[in-house]
Ligand binder design. Structure first.
Ligand code: GDP
Length: 190
């Protein structure tokens, strides 16, 4: 099982569509079900988790409920999850993370990344919307730092990958990385 997680509007459904040819878009209106959606891909199960964090028109308590449900799903399925793809918006992620930090809160992307690490779930961070990012190298290095890792992009080439779901950039590399990580994950878990 591969899970895709990310804030809403980072381009997660566009990415899943690009990778699998399957349309997972949910209605954005409050009250619309935001359950995980499972689809088949190359003999594997892909789970599109509902987008977390701020969504316009969605009350805070609903956002919190979505987050709790995602956490529970991941905990309940930790032994089945071979890989997590955390999708971030390369253009706005750092700004949002810094805004949360200034308020003394743990940014939700950072929290999810660390949560996945704690559960030993191999994770790829897909830095989407790279078409809008001016200095990719600096952006990814700073994201690595914010995620609490030591080192630079050079050290984490198998974890952080810039892509553009909309324009199809680097998606072959992402597919390759997904296959490699799953293979590793299977070898490690036996
Ligand atoms: P989701 O809420 O994470 O599922 O996000 P969507 O897939 O609905 O995408 C949100 C918006 O971002 C849409 O307007 C997409 O067209 C746009 N988008 C998605 N991927 C990219 C990308 O790689 N580059 C740019 N510039 N826009 C993108």
């Amino acid at each position: 099982m591969i899970i895709f997680v990310g804030r809403s509007n980072v381009g997660k459904s566009t990415l899943i569509f690009r990778l699998t040819g399957k349309y997972v878009k949910r209605g954005k209106r409050p009250g619309v079900t935001r359950k995980p959606i499972e689809i088949g891909w190359r003999g594997k199960t892909i789970v599109d988790m509902p987008g977390f964090g701020f969504m316009s028109g969605v009350p805070k308590h609903v956002q919190e409920k979505i987050k709790t449900e995602i956490v529970h799903f991941i905990e309940d399925n930790a032994d089945k999850i071979e890989l997590a793809v955390l999708v971030v918006d390369g253009k706005s992620a750092l700004e949002i993370i810094e805004r949360w930090e200034k308020r003394g809160e743990i940014p939700i992307d950072v929290e999810f990344f660390q949560f996945l690490q704690e559960l030993n779930i191999p994770t790829i961070v897909a830095v989407n919307k790279m078409d809008k990012v001016k200095n990719l190298n600096a952006t990814i290095n700073r994201l690595i730092e914010k995620f609490g890792l030591n080192g630079t992009w050079e050290d984490y080439k198998d974890t952080f990958i810039p892509i553009s779901a909309k324009f199809g950039t680097n998606l072959d590399q992402l597919r390759k990385l997904i296959e490699e990580k799953i293979k590793e994950s299977r070898e490690q878990r036996g």
